[in-house]
Design a protein around this ligand. Structure first.
Ligand code: PEP
Ligand code: MG
Length: 556
């Protein structure tokens, strides 16, 4: 038995055998063809066709967004310009493998140079190229393996497209050596209710067939566990399943203090599932996803339609829509400058919207139009606010468009440190703990090598949350949490103890957080928060909070 440490996503625990994501193929040698150009052209044609066909049939089998992604990849394998380039390179004496590799790489560099959404598609071209070269060489295709039974997927890292395409009937859990807890891959995993441990460098030593326990709650992967450890893991998994079917009640502490539990959504399509899981409204609607695959912003009409669809799913409920947060890990070619050296510190969020005020005005107009046509309680908020003046600017513009409630996300230490003044300039604060942790700890949220610094349990982050909580209490204004921290059941209690009035999370986390809040009253929450605040580091804060929680309310 050995234990591998990482960062758990969600609370699940799973026992199963490992199947590793194949490592990328080596670059094909630049050797002269031994079979002649005509035969190489024929080999390339056959393999390109076979890969396109395979991608298409895999897409047809899964359907939904995955189908669109795979069909787009199939088209890449049949792109006439690319095929002509492959033929041309074969004509100069290259093998089919080398010609495919070079032609796709050239096109990839072209796309990558365009930046933004098109730049991100460069990785899809690499994937197609690898598949074709594997087919030509008679090797297994890279990517998610298919061992023919349920398995724990172990990879160096996963592209968001890989995560979105996983067959949830087969993949029991994912373990990645790289990747941080708030990377968008981790967010997707949580959204799909997948058990995951990310940023676990020791995962590189796991081999196909190894039996492991993936324990997201305890941030570990246990290799070759004992029979007793397996029994314990299976018992905990069964308990969680029972929790998922427990009756849904509004979020509240044991003494009845309401703590509305809201959903983080990225598309109106997910609204019905969130309502089924007991979301009492929406605490964060990420609007970037409407803009991501575009060369220009969607029209006011298109946006209004999507927002109205969202609002219609929550009659009489609060729905907080975040205006576009372009930049850093969500670049948009038409808003962001691809040459920024530190995009996370650049023209991101409200900064980039101010530089393109027409886009912001259109978005607010579309939101106001959707609000007028539906019965939800619309609120809007701005991302990446760092100054009082930005808060005032955004609230003023929202009011100008007839939107009554406008707040700001607290994602920068500066906004937290002067939360009293920021909150005085708007109606509410919603703390984005993903970015607040990134900026407080100066640790890139996408970088596995600094994943150990990205914990919202760090007392420096908690102290900033407390500042905002206190300002909210003094001014009588709501303070929500909408980062991934709200989805951690024990941390959720701490956040309430620090002054959070609502919690918003991936809908799959609602049941765990609801059950956890019900165990503690307000005095418990304050005491648990106090011991966490006093700790030296993130691990110590979590351990102290756990000990205080168990002392006050011993587990059943
Ligand atoms: C956050 O930063 O905590 C947040 C909720 O926003 P996003 O994850 O979309 O950056
Ligand atoms: Mg953020």
């Amino acid at each position: 038995m050995s234990t591998i440490r990482g960062v758990g996503i969600g609370q699940g625990v799973v026992v199963g055998p490992v199947a590793r994501m194949a490592d990328p193929l080596p670059e094909p040698a630049d050797a002269a063809s031994t079979v002649g150009a005509a035969a190489e052209v024929e080999r390339a044609r056959v393999s390109l066709g076979a890969v396109a066909e395979d991608l298409r049939s895999r897409g047809a089998a899964v359907g939904g967004t995955a189908k669109d992604v795979l069909e787009a990849q199939a088209l890449m394998a049949q792109d006439p310009t690319l095929i002509a380039d492959v033929d041309g390179r074969i004509g100069t004496g290259r093998t089919a493998e080398r010609a495919v590799h070079e032609a796709f790489a050239a096109y990839r560099d072209l796309l990558a140079g365009m930046g933004g959404y098109l730049g991100e598609r460069a990785a899809d071209l690499d994937d197609v190229s690898q598949r074709v070269v594997a087919h030509l060489s008679g090797l297994p295709a890279p990517g998610v393996p298919d061992p023919g039974h349920p398995f724990v997927l172990v990879a160096r890292d996963l592209a968001p497209a890989d995560t979105a395409l996983l067959d949830l009937g087969r993949v029991l859990a994912i373990v990645t050596a790289e990747g941080g807890p708030t990377s968008h891959t981790a967010i997707l995993a949580r959204e799909q209710g997948l058990v995951a441990v990310v940023g676990a460098p020791g995962a590189s030593d796991l081999a196909d067939g190894d039996l492991v326990i993936v324990d997201a709650e305890r941030d570990v992967v246990v290799r070759e566990p004992s029979a007793a450890e397996q029994d314990d893991a299976r018992r905990r998994a069964a308990e969680r399943e029972a929790l998922a079917t427990a009756p849904i009640t509004p979020g509240a502490l044991a003494d009845g203090t309401p703590v509305p539990l809201l959903a983080n959504l990225g598309s109106a399509d997910a609204a019905d599932a969130a309502v089924r899981l007991g979301a009492e409204g929406v605490g964060l609607f990420r609007t970037e996803f409407l803009f991501l695959d575009r060369a220009t912003a969607p029209t006011v009409d298109e946006q209004r339609e999507e927002y109205a669809r969202l609002l219609a799913a929550f009659p009489g409920r609060k729905v907080v829509v975040r205006v576009l947060d372009a930049g850093a890990d969500k670049p948009l070619a038409f808003l962001n400058d691809a040459d920024e050296e530190n995009p996370a510190l650049g023209l991101r969020g409200i900064r980039s919207l101010r530089a393109h005020e027409g886009v912001l005005r259109d978005q607010l107009a579309a939101l106001a139009g959707a609000d007028a046509a539906t019965d939800a309680e619309l609120q809007v908020m701005a991302p990446m606010v760092a100054t009082v003046e930005e808060a005032r600017y955004f609230a003023g513009l929202a009011r100008e468009h007839g939107i009554a409630v406008a707040g700001v996300m607290v994602e920068t230490p500066s906004a937290a440190l002067i939360a009293d003044r920021v909150l005085a300039a708007c109606d509410f604060a919603s703390i984005g703990t993903n970015d607040l942790t990134q900026y407080t700890m100066a640790a890139d949220r996408l970088l596995g090598s600094v994943a150990h610094l990205q914990s919202p349990w760090h007392p420096a982050v908690l102290r900033l949350v407390a500042e905002v909580g206190e300002a909210g209490r003094d001014l009588g204004k709501p303070v929500g949490i909408c980062g991934e921290a709200a989805a951690d059941p024990l941390l959720a209690v701490v956040l309430v103890g620090l002054g959070a009035t609502t919690l918003s999370m991936s809908a799959t986390a609602l049941a765990d957080v609801r059950a956890s809040l019900m165990r503690f009253d307000r005095a418990d929450a304050s005491a648990i928060a106090a011991v966490a605040l006093e700790a030296d580091g993130a691990d110590e804060a979590r351990a102290a909070a756990r000990a205080e929680a168990d002392r006050r309310r011993p587990p059943a």
